[in-house]
Ligand binder design. Structure first.
Ligand code: URP
Ligand code: ZN
Ligand code: ZN
Length: 470
């Protein structure tokens, strides 16, 4: 690979905006050059009038996750290719340990699924679904392999659920090893009671998924997770935060100086409980935590949290399931006809995160472009031990770079997206800003509306422990 010069653009990092050309060699950024220079590239990317930003880092995806009686529709191949189209150049997915299985075996199985198939670089968190003495030992081995964060569930009893005792044990171990606990904070035991009562009343439509998974139960679980983290001293990261009750808990903990962080996702910033109406069509929008009541002020609070850094990251929780049959995995959302509790939980999004947050955040004046880079690339990389290899444009960093035209536009549609799922949650939405060129480790993989990468371009990312503190 020769030298590539990205010329004429405005380079944006989390802290700077520079009129600079970017010189790339051997997959790395080797220089940021003022405009007056005499350096030529073997290849030139014309970025005149465009923004040159770090490739997105999406720290919450579920490619081919076995869940709800089927598998998430995107494989590592299709999902990472779609991510690349949308300007994301690294993901952290979730390997799974199920009950009775070794965590190490679970991680190796997910390594095998991803190996040779990914378009972009990838790392793993570990879902610890069965905390016991062996799992605790394996957590230490996993940290050595670069799996430095563990997801636990206060939701989904009988599936991934851990009780408070298991959570405390895992938190103690993670604290010892410098690892982070990622928490799905919803009180699943209480939710299951409300869900059963709703079904008994004949409330079977997808809408009731949003009704029974009350925001107060996200607030309660977030409070409990924070208190258990305080007890054990572990770094805590609340995943897919959707409710202002949960945000209040995070804010209070951070004000006390506790190492507590949280992400939200585009679906909570742009969609609401109303999307769950309209009969079974609402199944498209079934995810957990659910989309929240638009009149209750959750969205405004989430945007405010992003502005004040009480929320540090926007990830996708990409976990797509088809409305019709999937060509390989068969019946998906339809499994929940007549019983909303059987609808596989999850929504597609890995391809749309950068555009949605640029459009809804920067173009609509809620955040500036530096903050956009910070919450979509820089902080995710720091939070999960990938910085400065990923998440910035600096000498020595991987040349994962996106050229975004702020004057261009893009219409989101199932007809043009690249995710292997038969609907878009944002069908027909027009986005200001066009992702024009995507470079991964110095190789242009998306340009001129064409994809030029291949499965296996992406490599495993062993991660250090978190580089982000309060
Ligand atoms: O509905 C969701 N979020 N599905 C994916 C699994 C999870 O809880 O993150
Ligand atoms: Zn979750
Ligand atoms: Zn998830």
């Amino acid at each position: 690979m020769g030298k590539t010069l990205i010329k004429g653009g405005t380079v944006v990092t989390a802290v700077e905006k520079m009129e600079a050309d970017v010189l790339v060699e051997d997959g790395k950024v080797v220089a940021l050059l003022g405009r007056e220079h005499s350096i030529d590239g073997d290849e030139v990317v014309d970025a005149t009038g465009k923004l040159v930003i770090p490739g997105g880092v999406d720290v919450h995806t579920h490619m081919e996750l076995p869940f709800g009686g089927t598998y998430a529709a995107d494989t590592f191949e299709t999902g990472t290719r779609a991510a690349a189209w949308g300007g994301t150049t690294s993901i952290i997915d979730f390997a799974v340990q199920t009950v009775g299985e070794s965590a190490m075996d679970g991680w190796e199985a997910w390594m095998e699924k991803a190996r040779g198939n990914c378009a972009i670089d990838y790392g793993f968190h570990m879902i610890t679904g069965d905390i016991n003495d062996q799992t605790l030992k394996e957590m230490e081995l996993l940290v050595r392999e670069g799996v430095t964060s563990f997801k636990m569930f206060m939701a989904y009893p009988g599936v991934f659920y851990s009780d408070d005792g298991q959570i405390v044990r895992a938190m103690q171990k993670a604290q010892e090893d410098g690892a982070t606990i990622c928490m799905h904070a919803e009180n699943g035991i209480a939710i299951d009671v409300l869900a059963e009562q709703a079904l008994d009343r004949g409330e079977t439509d997808p809408y009731y998924h949003g009704v029974v998974r009350k925001s107060i139960l996200e607030g309660e679980a977030t409070h409990r997770a924070i208190k258990l983290a305080e007890l054990t001293g572990v770094q805590l990261y609340i995943v897919h935060l959707s409710a202002h009750e949960a945000l209040d808990e995070v804010i209070q903990a951070r004000d006390r100086g506790q190492n507590v962080y949280a992400e939200t996702c585009p679906q909570y910033l742009f969609l609401s409980l109303d999307n769950l109406g309209n009969g079974f069509d609402g199944a498209k929008y079934v995810c957990s935590p659910p989309l929240r009541d638009g009149a209750a002020g959750h969205q405004e609070r989430l945007w405010q949290g992003l502005r004040t850094n009480d929320l540090q990251v926007v990830s996708t929780d990409h976990c797509p399931f088809c409305m019709g049959d999937h060509h390989a995995f068969g019946t998906q959302k339809q499994l929940g006809q007549g019983d909303f509790t059987k609808i596989p939980n999850g929504m597609p999004g890995v391809e749309e995160r950068m555009r949605l947050i640029y459009n809804g955040g920067v173009a609509q004046g809620r955040i500036d472009v530096n903050r956009f880079v910070e919450i979509t690339a820089t902080t995710p990389a720091k939070m999960f031990g990938l910085y400065p290899k990923k998440g910035t444009i600096a000498v020595g960093s991987d040349a994962d770079i996106v050229v975004l035209d702020p004057n261009g536009s893009h219409v989101i549609s199932v007809d043009t997206h690249h995710m292997d799922v038969d609907y878009s949650a944002y069908e027909g939405w027009e986005m200001v800003g066009k992702i024009e060129t995507v470079m991964s480790k110095g190789k242009v993989i998306v340009a001129n509306d064409e994809y030029d990468g291949q499965p296996g371009d992406g490599e495993y990312l062993p991660r250090s422990t978190s580089q982000y503190t309060i």
